[in-house]
Design a protein around this ligand. Structure first.
Ligand code: ZN
Length: 128
C-alpha cells in the first residue's frame, strides 16, 4: 500500500528520469536563487576592509559576484565540507544564520585568509 508521499516521490523520480535536462535546470535555477539571496544578505561585496580590489566605479572591495565566495568567519568551512554539506546547503545556512557566522570574501582575500590561518594545511592533512 502506498501513501501520498510515496506516490509523490515515485512520480518525482519518474519525472527526473524522463527529463534529466529539465531536472538539472530546475536544480540550477533553485541554486542560483538561493545564491543570490545569500549574497544579498551578506552585502554583495567582499567583507575584508583591506580588500585591494578596485571596482569599475573606483571604490574598493570586490563587488563582482564571479569572484565572491562565502567564507566562514571562524574558519569552520573544512569541518562543514567533511560533513558533506553541499553548496546549496551552505546558501541555506547563510539564509538561516542569525549569528553572523558567514561573510563574503573575494577569491583573493579568501585565499590570503586561508594561507595566513594555515587552513590549507588542515585540509591537506585531514580527510581521507
Ligand atoms: Zn577582497
Amino acid at each position: 500500500m502506498k501513501n501520498n508521499r510515496d506516490k509523490r516521490l515515485a512520480s518525482q523520480r519518474k519525472w527526473k528520469k524522463e527529463n534529466p535536462e529539465k531536472f538539472k535546470n530546475s536544480l540550477r535555477k533553485h541554486a542560483e536563487k538561493m545564491k543570490k539571496a545569500a549574497y544579498e544578505k551578506l552585502g554583495n561585496r567582499c567583507n575584508n576592509p583591506g580588500c585591494g580590489w578596485i571596482n569599475y566605479d573606483g571604490s574598493r572591495g570586490c563587488e563582482d559576484p564571479r569572484c565572491l565566495q562565502i567564507d566562514h568567519v571562524n574558519g569552520g568551512g573544512n569541518i562543514e565540507r567533511k560533513k558533506g554539506v553541499r553548496t546549496i546547503g551552505t546558501y541555506r545556512h547563510v539564509l538561516m544564520d542569525k549569528k553572523g557566522l558567514y561573510q563574503l570574501l573575494c577569491a583573493n582575500c579568501n585565499w590570503i585568509k586561508r594561507v595566513s590561518l594555515k587552513e590549507h594545511l588542515g585540509r591537506s592533512t585531514g580527510g581521507l
